[in-house]
Write a new protein. Structure first.
Lengths: 167, 306
């Protein structure tokens, strides 16, 4: 099985711009991407639609991590998934260039909250992305009760097309 | 030395990028057949070739590589296109679909770029909508010969790069309700429209240029929306007046909320992939076992480290 994530360059630039804004106290920003889906045999395409930033007030003070979302941030994202029936992906950036990777804290936190999305939008996969300034890496859950998978291939849709694989 | 040395300016890894790309080509007549030939030379490795028709006598004035022998054999346009590509490349990935594109949506979803060289406005609009829904850049080419009376004719055409999120064929004014209604009323009575090989070739060449810009980084400032007008009488290809006006327009006709299959359900997808995996396991288990004399030989070879 392969999972492709496609996103327009315009949307990717919007996300990078938003995530690079300084926060009053958190070291980094986070947000959520909504996506439509399409499949052909055992190939799944995650097609990014829009982006919502996490509001300044929805961060918790936690100097041990770059950014800690409060319960309101997750509640709003869950509400979005429920009302629009969408796939939701948590997103943050590590900056720099080249292929980024999740930190141990990222992996621990995403394993806690991403499966919750299946309680309210079980018809969609959900996941988490980490960006650099020219690449991305991601995890996707196809079932809330099973481990996540690595997103196989990314396509930034613009001119020229920018594609990269997880391997 | 590679056969692509003369196009190495396209970028250090352009050869592998072009080979890895998959192009969806809908319509393999006058315009599409030129694109097939040129992209085969360019080195694009993957193709979904879609056309429901076979070659007819009136195609032979412009269908590239469509021969009189093909006419006699009633060869499909898809088969002609596949033959052209296989003559130019050693291991192309070709999915031929001798049917309408509506029956090739699974294959077209996987394409990096879709090119439409179809006749009707209705088909163009539907194909563009499909491409937008799957975040695939769509290139549309079209030409017409207009009778200006007094035995004077104007050959005109256009090429549009329709990038998801940017201006679309409706934004360009190429498709509107009036044209669609006019076309619907003429349906079945319009007959064959005039077409000539050189104007098809001019438009197709420009389309292949756009494909190269989309897949390789050779051009430093590629545009994401392109609308060019072809004047076959003057032999010019120039930006349409709307191109600058629409450059940064966000398309209202294909909102991002329409992206994806509206009825997609991951639980059904999981069931399908589990079935496919099971079938692969069963297929592997039906492969004939190693014959009795090869088994001890394999053991001996392993011991001997051979």
């Amino acid at each position: 099985m392969t999972v492709h994530l496609k996103i327009t360059r315009r949307l990717m630039e919007t996300i990078r711009r938003d995530l690079s804004r300084p926060h009053p106290f958190a070291y980094e920003r986070v947000g959520f991407i909504s996506a439509g889906l399409s499949s052909a045999d055992d190939e799944l395409s995650v097609l990014a639609r829009s982006y919502r930033t996490v509001a300044d007030d929805d961060y918790l003070h936690d100097p041990s991590v770059g950014a800690m979302m409060g319960p309101d941030a997750i509640r709003k994202a869950l509400q979005w998934a429920m009302s629009d029936g969408l796939a939701i992906f948590h997103v943050h950036t590590h900056g720099g260039r080249g292929r980024p990777g999740f930190s141990g804290i990222d992996l621990r936190e995403q394993a806690k909250f991403v499966p919750n999305f299946f309680q309210i939008a079980p018809q969609c996969p959900h996941g988490a992305l980490v960006l650099s300034n020219n690449s991305a890496h991601g995890h996707i859950w196809l079932d809330g009760d099973k481990p996540c998978e690595v997103i196989t291939r990314f396509v930034e849709v613009g001119s020229p097309l920018n594609t990269w694989s997880a391997a | 030395m590679s056969r692509f040395d003369r196009q190495s300016f396209l970028g250090a890894d352009s050869e592998s990028k072009l080979h890895a790309a998959t192009l969806g080509l809908v319509g393999l007549g006058g315009g599409g057949s030129h694109i097939v030939q040129q992209t085969g030379h360019l080195g694009i490795g993957g193709y979904v070739l879609v056309d429901p028709d076979h070659i007819t006598e009136t195609n032979t004035n412009r269908l590239i590589e469509g021969t009189l022998a093909d006419l006699k054999a009633a060869t499909t346009k898809v088969a002609i296109a596949e033959r052209v590509i296989r003559a130019l490349q050693e291991q192309p990935r070709i999915i031929p679909v001798n049917d309408t594109w509506h029956n090739a949506t699974g294959e077209l979803k996987r394409c990096d770029i879709i090119v439409g060289a179809v006749d009707s406005f209705k088909e163009r609009e539907q194909l563009e909508r499909f491409a937008r829904r799957h975040l695939i850049p769509y290139i549309d080419i079209g030409m017409d010969v207009h009778d200006l009376a007094n035995k004077t004719y104007l050959i005109g055409g256009q090429i549009i790069l329709s990038m998801p999120g940017k201006a679309c064929l409706r934004c360009c004014g190429l498709i509107n309700e009036e044209r669609l209604a006019l076309e619907a009323n003429k349906y079945g009575a319009a007959g064959g429209r005039p077409q000539v090989v050189w104007s098809n070739g001019a438009l197709a060449s420009a389309a292949v240029g756009l494909i190269a810009q989309l897949l390789t980084p050779w051009f430093t400032e590629p545009l994401e929306f392109i609308y060019l007008d072809y004047d076959g009488n003057r032999g010019t290809l120039i930006p349409n007046d709307r191109m600058e006006l629409l450059r940064n327009k966000v398309c209202p006709h294909h909102p991002s909320e329409e992206t994806g299959d509206p009825l997609f359900d991951v639980r059904e997808f999981n069931r399908v992939t589990a079935d496919l995996a099971l079938r692969k396991v069963k297929l592997a288990s039906t492969i004939a076992p190693i014959s009795f004399w090869k088994k001890p030989w394999a053991v001996i070879a392993r011991i001997l480290g051979r």
